[in-house]
Every structure is written in C-alpha cells, then in structure tokens.
Design a binder for this molecule. Structure first.
Ligand code: FAD
Length: 213
C-alpha cells in the first residue's frame, strides 16, 4: 500500500508571506526519511506538501486572510501498530511542520489560527473508508502495475466491477477518472444487447490490466 497521511487544515488570520500556492518541503536526509517511511517508522524530518489555495483564489478565505493545507506522509495504520497514539503523533508532526516553516523564514504562528483541524490515517480510514489509512491505495510497484494490478472486472464473480485508486489503471484523480470510464465501457459492452457478461474462466480477465477501453 501507499503510505498514510496526516493532513492539517488551517484558517489563518492575515496573509502568509514567502510562499505561493504549492510548496513541497523535502526532508533534510531524504534517503533516511524515505527508508523510515517504507519501514513503518516516522521520519525524524518529514517531507511535506503545503498548499495555500487562497493565494490563487482569495475568495477561499475572508478578505485579507488565508487558507492553508498541509499533507505529511506517514506509515499506514498497520505499519505503525494498533497501539499507536495518533493524537500525540499529530501534535508532534504539527510542531515539526511549524518548525520547518520557521526555519525557512515563513512566519505562521499558531496564535493566528482562527480555525484548525487535522486528520490522521485513523480519521482517513474511519471517515472516508481509506483501507489501512493509506492515502493513495495500492502502491504502483512493479507487480501492481498494468496487467498485475487488480482488474476492474472481477475474475470470479460475474457482473461485479471495481473502480477507484487500487484498481486499474492506478491512483490519483486523473487515473481514477480514466478507470471509471474504462469500467463504464466494460459494463456497457458486457451488458449490451445479445451479449452475456464475462464469466469466471472466460480467459478475458488476464488481459484486463493494461488494456485500453
Ligand atoms: C490527502 C490526499 C491528498 C491527495 N491529493 C491528490 C492530488 O493532489 N492529486 C491527485 O491526483 N490525487 C490526490 N490524492 C489521491 C486521490 O484523492 C485518490 O487517488 C482518489 O480520490 C481515489 O478515488 P476513489 O474513488 O478510489 O476513492 P475516494 O475518492 O476515496 O472515494 C471513495 C468514496 O467512497 C466513500 N465510501 C467509502 N466507504 C464507504 C461505504 N462503506 N459506504 C459508502 N461510501 C463509502 C468515501 O466516503 C468516499 O467518498 C490525494 C489523496 C489524499 C488522501
């Protein structure tokens, strides 16, 4: 699976100087940080993405104020273990993000936060059904790509189809939308007049993965 994410949502009084809409902050020691993430450990200095949507569209905040979103990749729920104290990790991660911003010369004092919310992988699972708290579903590793990725037509149960990040072609909004279109075309073709839906053992499913609609 892809990692989980801690996401922060801040409504900030006043403008934020020194950043534009999108910024990615890389860890101090990248190799160590990404290895930690892959092995189910919290990186000491995490990578994170910071977005200030109100920079591009000022109507997203009251006049003169700012909206800020931060996304910090963290291990999934199972990788971290059942007894993980997520509220504590969220608090620590928040501090690390704010410390890093301060180090980069971005002034974002929490006393300016008019609104604040945060989701850990647990909230992503409980509120949105994200499996194991993973933010992006099945990873795009070699054996989860193309013909190896879960097909969007079930190979065993006739008439059962899948859409979404963990099926073909993959994760992220553009691929998920494309996958939805592929599934719709398969459904239409399978159920068009005079044609039986594909059944188990038909042999067609092996070709599903990378096939275009
Ligand atoms: C924090 C974050 C940031 C992201 N940023 C980007 C980005 O910048 N660009 C990009 O391309 N992709 C991004 N992604 C990835 C992208 O959002 C996903 O790949 C995509 O939304 C997956 O689509 P989906 O239809 O599989 O699942 P979802 O969009 O998660 O839709 C599943 C829906 O099903 C609902 N649901 C779940 N279980 C049930 C149930 N039992 N009953 C009823 N409803 C249920 C959920 O509430 C949800 O509305 C991001 C993901 C996250 C988590």
């Amino acid at each position: 699976m892809t990692p989980g994410a801690i996401t922060f949502y801040w409504g900030v009084r006043g403008p934020i100087e020194g950043l534009n809409h999108h910024t990615i902050f890389l860890p101090d020691r990248s190799e160590e940080a990404y290895t930690d993430l892959a092995r189910g450990r919290l990186p000491e200095t995490p990578a994170f993405y910071l977005s200030i949507p109100s920079k591009s569209d000022p109507t997203l905040a009251p006049p003169g104020n700012s909206t800020v979103f931060a996304l910090v990749p963290v291990p999934t729920l199972s990788a971290m273990g059942a007894d993980t104290d997520w509220p504590k990790i969220v608090a620590r991660t928040r501090q690390r993000v704010l410390d890093r911003l301060a180090r980069e010369g971005v002034r974002l004092d929490p006393s300016r936060f008019a609104v604040e919310d945060a989701f850990s992988p647990r909230e992503w699972q409980d509120r949105f059904g994200a499996y194991d708290g993973s933010a992006f579903g099945a990873a795009h590793t070699l054996f989860r790509l193309g013909p190896f990725r879960a097909p969007n037509r079930d190979p065993h149960i006739r008439g059962l189809y899948y859409v979404g990040a963990s099926t073909v072609p993959g994760t992220g909004l553009p691929l998920v939308v494309l996958g939805g279109a592929m599934t719709a075309v398969r459904l239409r073709d399978d159920w068009s007049e005079g044609r039986e839906p594909t059944g188990p053992g038909s042999g067609e499913d092996a070709r599903e993965g990378g096939a275009s609609p």
